[in-house]
Design a protein around this ligand. Structure first.
Ligand code: PEP
Ligand code: MN
Length: 335
C-alpha cells in the first residue's frame, strides 16, 4: 500500500504518522519526490483502515499495490534512482558504459584493455576474477589475484571497477571493488543477495538465464530489504529455442523495467548474443530503447581469450561501438 502525502507536509506530523504505522507492525519506506513524499507501507496491510488513513489531514491519497516488490517499485519511488560510483552516475538520464574482458587473464591484458576502453569513453572497467563456468574443467578465473590486477588497473586509469562475486565468503576481497556484480547464475542465490543487502556498495544484478522480469525485481528486493538501494539491473539475454545467438536479448525488458521500477537498467549485448558482430547493433538498439548503460566484453586478442572470445570486441571495434552508440543517443535525445 502507498500513502501519498500532501505537498508541504509538516515533518513532525509525518513522523507521528510513521510511528503510528510502525506500531501496527508495518515497515515504512519513505520516498521524497520533488513535490510529494510517498510512504510505502510494507507488510500485512489487510487490517489497515484505508479510509481512516485517507481521512488524515496530511494524507492526499492511499492506494493498494498488489506487486510483490515494494522497495524496487516505481509507485513508491516515482523518481529514477541514480547510482553513483565516484564521479560516474548511472540512471536518471546518466548513461554509463562498463567495458573490459570477460576474465582478467594477465597484468598486460587487463592494463591494455583498461587504457583502451578508457580512451574510447568507457566509464567503468569490468573483468571477471571469479568465473562461473559451465564446465569445471574450464578456466575458473584468477580469483584474488584477478581482483588485485583490476585494482592496479583502477589506480592506473582512475576507472572504477565492477567484478562478479560468487560466494559471500569472498566479500573481504571486494573491499575496494566499486560495483559488485551478481551474475545470471546467481540471480536467485538468496543468501548471497541478503548478504549484499547488508553492504553499502552498488550491486549490478544480472537477469538469470530463465528468469522473468518479476523474479529479477524480487531478487533486487532481497538486496533492498537489507537496506542497500544502490542496485543496477542488467538485461543480458534469456534462453529461448533460438540457436543462432547464445541467448535472446529481451530488449522489451528495458521498457518494462523502466515502467515498473526506479532502478537503472543496463544491457549486456555481449552475453545476450554471444557473437561479436552482433554486439554493436544490439548496443545501438539498447541505447535507442532507453537503457541507462551498457556492459561490453573487450579483449586485446579475442581469438586467444580464455573465456568468451567469440563475443568479445577488439579495442578498435569497441571504439566504433562507442561512436555508434553516441550517434544513436544524440538522434533519440528529443524523441
Ligand atoms: C559476465 O558478465 O562475465 C557473466 C558471466 O555474465 P552472465 O552472468 O550474464 O552470464
Ligand atoms: Mn563473459
Amino acid at each position: 500500500m502507498i500513502a501519498v502525502l500532501k505537498q508541504g507536509t509538516d515533518e513532525q506530523k509525518m513522523n507521528s504518522l510513521i510511528d503510528w504505522l510502525r506500531a501496527r507492525g508495518l515497515d515504512v519506506h519513505i520516498s521524497r519526490g520533488e513535490f510529494h513524499t510517498v510512504l510505502g507501507l510494507i507488510g500485512d496491510t489487510a487490517h489497515l483502515d484505508t479510509e481512516l488513513l485517507e481521512s488524515l489531514e496530511i494524507v492526499e491519497s492511499v492506494k493498494r499495490v498488489s506487486d510483490p516488490f515494494k522497495s524496487a517499485n516505481r509507485k513508491f519511488h516515482p523518481d529514477d534512482t541514480v547510482v553513483s560510483v565516484g564521479d560516474v552516475k548511472i540512471g536518471g538520464g546518466h548513461f554509463a558504459v562498463m567495458a573490459g574482458p570477460c576474465s582478467v587473464e594477465s597484468p598486460e591484458q587487463i592494463a591494455e584493455v583498461a587504457s583502451r576502453v578508457k580512451a574510447a569513453g568507457a566509464s567503468v572497467l569490468r573483468g571477471g576474477a571469479f568465473k562461473p563456468r559451465t564446465s569445471p574443467y574450464d578456466f575458473q578465473g584468477l580469483k584474488a589475484e584477478g581482483i588485485e590486477l583490476l585494482l592496479h588497473a583502477k589506480r592506473e586509469t582512475g576507472l572504477p571497477i565492477v567484478t562478479e562475486i560468487m560466494n559471500a565468503a569472498h566479500l573481504p576481497l571486494f573491499e575496494d571493488v566499486d560495483i559488485i556484480q551478481v551474475g545470471a547464475r546467481n540471480m536467485q542465490n538468496f543468501e548471497l543477495l541478503r548478504e549484499l543487502g547488508r553492504q553499502k556498495k552498488p550491486v549490478l544484478l544480472k537477469r538469470g538465464l530463465a528468469n522473468t522480469i518479476k523474479e529479477l525485481l524480487m531478487s533486487a528486493e532481497y538486496i533492498m530489504a537489507g537496506g542497500n538501494e544502490q542496485i543496477i539491473l542488467c538485461e543480458r539475454g534469456v534462453r529461448t529455442f533460438e540457436t543462432y545467438t547464445r541467448n535472446t536479448l529481451d530488449l522489451s525488458a528495458v521498457t518494462v523495467l523502466h515502467e515498473l521500477t526506479h532502478l537503472p537498467v543496463i544491457v549486456d549485448p555481449s552475453h545476450a548474443t554471444g557473437v561479436s558482430r552482433y554486439v554493436k547493433p544490439m548496443a545501438m538498439a539498447a541505447a535507442a530503447a532507453g537503457a541507462d548503460g551498457l556492459m561490453i566484453e573487450v579483449h586485446p586478442n579475442p581469438s586467444a581469450a580464455l573465456c568468451d572470445g567469440a563475443q568479445s570486441l577488439t579495442p578498435d571495434d569497441f571504439e566504433a561501438l562507442m561512436r555508434a552508440v553516441a550517434a544513436v543517443r544524440e538522434a533519440v535525445k528529443n524523441v
